[in-house]
Design a protein around this ligand. Structure first.
Ligand SMILES: C[S@@+](CC[C@H](N)C(=O)[O-])C[C@H]1O[C@@H](n2cnc3c(N)ncnc32)[C@H](O)[C@@H]1O
Length: 290
């Protein structure tokens, strides 16, 4: 990639230029920042402000490895192997497709063995693998992205750092899978959506899953979601898997992988586990709980 000539930036089309530059050349990261991004931003300040007004749409499939470890935990605890997966803050919903990806450790595997996305040894620590199936999946987001459109794919790609080659590859493979197995993501805040997504279907364990989204929620949203989960969980079996930054942890701490299980039928209203931590982008997941 050549460095742009001085004074040439105003002739560039921003979308085309950033897309071209973000096709990733590791050795040229300096050029990317030194020339392309700086000049394109300068020429498109209003568009940049508008883009920054919404939370980032980093739909990172590495986080599905954390989701998987959480689901293993809930299956062990509940004995239920049919999972209704409900994701809030799902972006394009790529993590809802975890059973289309392959995960392998020393003595276990899960998912679609021949998947183009292979997570090998991505979960460290005491994995307790369990067989389960996802019977339905659905999600919501304040600003859902449609991964089946060119614009949606470009938007998601724009949120991956140009030098993160593995993540770019994983995202493009996940987008190809999502094109064949599209998931519906409703446009709604978490609390409004959960009110109707948590239904009384008798079949399976509903599991609410969320990753790296709560930090963008206003406090009344956090309170409202908590109220909905407790209220539903007081009457029904319900699971939750979360990978979120703990607001009480010191700056720089990793996101925490937690599960909760409401099981009024067993006389136990709630079981809570902190299973471990994960990288911001999901892998590696480090399990610490016994
Ligand atoms: C960093 S992305 C994470 C996406 C996905 N959970 C993942 O881990 O790949 C944060 C997402 O949370 C969404 N979001 C923020 N506030 C929300 C809310 N109150 N209800 C639902 N989604 C929300 C944003 O629109 C964005 O898509």
């Amino acid at each position: 990639m050549d460095a742009p000539k001085a004074g040439a930036s105003n002739h560039w089309d921003a979308g085309e230029t950033l897309a071209d530059r973000f096709r990733v050349h590791v050795g040229n990261a300096q050029h990317l920042y030194g020339y392309a991004v700086r000049e394109v931003i300068g020429a498109h300040v209003d568009e940049m402000h508008a883009a920054l007004a919404v939370p980032p749409q980093t739909n990172e499939v590495g986080r599905s490895a954390a989701l998987l470890a959480g689901l293993f935990d809930l299956v062990v605890a509940s004995g239920v192997r049919r999972i209704r997966l409900l994701e809030v803050g799902a972006s394009a919903g790529l993590n809802l497709l975890l059973d289309h990806y392959a995960y392998r450790g020393d003595s276990w595997q899960f998912g679609f063995t021949d998947s183009k996305i292979q997570f090998v040894d991505s979960i460290e620590g005491p994995v307790q693998p369990e067989h389960f199936m996802i019977t339905s999946r659905a999600g919501c987001d304040l600003h859902p992205v449609d991964a089946t459109t060119a614009d949606g794919r470009l938007l998601l790609t724009s949120f991956v750092w140009p030098f993160d080659l593995d993540r770019h590859q994983r995202l493009s493979l996940a987008l190809a899978i999502a094109a064949v197995h599209p998931v519906r993501i409703d446009r709604a805040p978490a609390s409004r959506w959960l009110r109707y997504a948590l239904t009384d279907e008798p079949d399976g364990l509903p599991v609410v899953w969320h990753s790296i989204t709560q930090m963008y929620w206003p406090s009344d949203e956090v309170t409202a979601v908590e109220g909905i989960l407790s209220c539903y969980g007081a009457q029904h079996r319900l699971g939750e898997v979360s990978l979120e930054f703990n607001p009480d942890s010191p700056r720089g701490a990793k996101p925490e992988l937690r599960t909760r299980l409401w099981d009024p039928g067993s006389g136990r209203p709630i079981r809570e586990r902190r299973l471990g931590t994960a990288h911001d982008h999901g892998i590696p997941v480090t399990l610490t709980a016994s």
